[in-house]
Write a protein that binds this ligand. Structure first.
Ligand code: ZN
Length: 194
């Protein structure tokens, strides 16, 4: 499964290898933008089914995601598990469940495309728990938290990545005079590059 996913990430341009300037100002040899994978419904369905396989053991009764990043993959996981799908969104900065009744008493898995800090998924889980739902697990296509996410439990993920990040002055690729690229600078807005 992992090899196939890695192939899809490269094919879709969601995983680039080279020398990149990230929005944080750090340099890296790898860049990821999961939205580029999920723009292909067949890849989204593949990742959703695989992730559904990972979280099925928690016996969820509902899938919830943070908008916007989690919408497509959350929907695909819900489809694969034949469960309803809901999402939370930010309103005046605060994560809220605006459009759906609270799944009170139900077991809910929170699904995101990429877990970096875990903040968005954590906020969704917290909103649902405050409303009386049971937040039983979190899942993501990519886990780039390096085990340091803010989540109360380790996320289930399809691919745990730990790409090196360097400060510009310590970057070995700069030392080799390899030209640097700012991903997404032509049109698209990267959100995963940190
Ligand atoms: Zn560099």
């Amino acid at each position: 499964m992992l090899e196939r996913l890695q192939e899809m990430m490269r094919e879709s341009g969601a995983h680039l290898e080279g020398h990149f300037l990230l929005t944080s100002g750090n340099h890296s040899s790898d860049y990821m933008q999961c939205a580029l994978l999920l723009r292909y419904p067949k890849y989204a369905a593949f990742a959703g089914a695989a992730l559904a396989g990972r979280v099925a053991k928690y016996a969820p009764q509902m899938v919830a995601s943070p908008a916007l990043g989690g919408l497509i993959i959350g929907h695909e996981v819900a489809r694969a598990l034949d469960l309803p799908f809901i999402f939370c969104e930010r309103q005046d900065g605060a994560m809220t469940l605006r459009r759906f009744p609270m799944p009170e008493g139900l077991r809910v898995v929170v699904i995101e495309d990429v877990v970096t800090t875990g903040v968005s998924s954590g906020e969704v889980g917290a909103v649902l728990e405050r409303g009386g739902a049971k937040w039983v697990a979190t899942g993501s296509v990519i886990d780039r938290s390096g085990g340091r996410s803010a989540l109360p439990h380790a996320p289930e993920s399809l691919w745990r990545v730990d790409f090196p990040l360097w400060k510009p002055e310590e970057c070995p690729l700069c030392a080799k005079n390899i030209p640097i690229v700012k991903p997404g600078s032509r049109g698209s807005k990267p959100s995963d590059g940190r």
